[in-house]
Design a protein around this ligand. Structure first.
Ligand SMILES: NC(=O)c1ccc[n+]([C@@H]2O[C@H](COP(=O)([O-])OP(=O)(O)OC[C@H]3O[C@@H](n4cnc5c(N)ncnc54)[C@H](OP(=O)(O)O)[C@@H]3O)[C@@H](O)[C@H]2O)c1
Length: 250
């Protein structure tokens, strides 16, 4: 009788603990900004289908029908609006976040000539692409500190690489270069707390920003990004890599 009870107990333990252990990684919470379309929407979709608890943000959640259809948590966020960022942090107080993906971004003014630069538009590009990710990371730091993975992913661009600059796109390039620099600083400060902060280039992707001529389908780029994000380790802290895990020169 005792042996029978012990066997039942062992079986109970196996049934209750094994699936938890196997799914441990996949229960992680990831927050993706700009998740209503493009790369952000596909990131939310693929991360959700892999078992992550996804929080997708949109400037206009009521209009984010494709994101809402994924059955993930949807929150309002405009990364340029301090009140919106503070409201998100208040709504998510006490919610541990394992991975923050700062994806929201704009292409900025597409001019190749110095004479054509509009400084208001340039400032706006920096507001979204550079200050936005830093503002969101600052506001959600307590959530990230409470998370297991302590990972911050900046969706950057090879266009931010000084070494590979072939001219043009003044605002966009500079906004992503500055984002890379901010990520490096974050990696040094937060690395001491066990954080992994990386800048990821998604490839040239067919989205509203990337245009129809782009090389990659969104699904293909995001499959790579998810694989890279899944495999991030503390040793990757501070790196600038692409969707295939290849190092990009600064
Ligand atoms: N596509 C490419 O080839 C490529 C290459 C390298 C890097 N990237 C980077 O990948 C990221 C995603 O770009 P994408 O190609 O998916 O572009 P996209 O289709 O144009 O999507 C941009 C996303 O950012 C959001 N967004 C813009 N301004 C925002 C703000 N102030 N606050 C919150 N969200 C805001 C947009 O929301 P709304 O719908 O409300 O505007 C949208 O969800 C960007 O950081 C971009 O720089 C893209």
């Amino acid at each position: 009788m005792l042996r029978h009870i012990a066997r039942l107990f062992t079986l109970f333990l196996a049934l209750t603990t094994l699936p938890l252990a196997a799914g441990e990684d996949k229960a992680a919470t990831v927050l993706v900004t700009g998740a209503n379309r493009g790369i952000g929407l596909e990131l939310a979709r693929q991360l959700h289908s892999q078992g992550y608890a996804v929080i997708g943000t949109a400037r206009k959640p009521a209009q984010a029908s494709e994101l809402q259809a994924l059955d993930v948590r949807v929150e309002q966020l405009d990364v340029t609006d301090a009140a919106s960022v503070a409201a998100l942090a208040a709504t998510l107080a006490e919610v541990p976040i394992d991975i923050l993906v700062n994806n929201a971004g704009v292409g900025g003014q597409r001019v190749n000539q110095l004479a054509e630069i509009d400084f208001e538009q340039m400032a706006w590009t920096f507001e979204v692409n550079t200050y936005g990710p830093l503002r969101v990371t600052q506001a959600l730091l307590p959530n990230l500190q409470a998370g297991e993975k302590k990972t911050v992913v900046q969706i950057s661009s090879v266009m931010g690489s000084i070494a590979q600059n072939r001219g043009g796109y003044y605002s966009y390039r500079a906004s992503k270069t500055a984002l890379n620099q901010l990520n490096k600083s974050l990696s040094i400060e937060l690395g001491r707390q066990g954080f992994t902060c990386v800048a990821l280039h998604p490839g040239w992707v067919k989205t509203r920003l990337g245009g129809a001529q782009a090389q990659l389908e969104v699904k293909e780029s995001v499959a790579g990004l998810v694989q890279v994000i899944d495999g991030l380790e503390p040793a990757d802290n501070g790196r600038f890599i692409d969707f295939q895990g290849e190092e990009i020169p600064w």
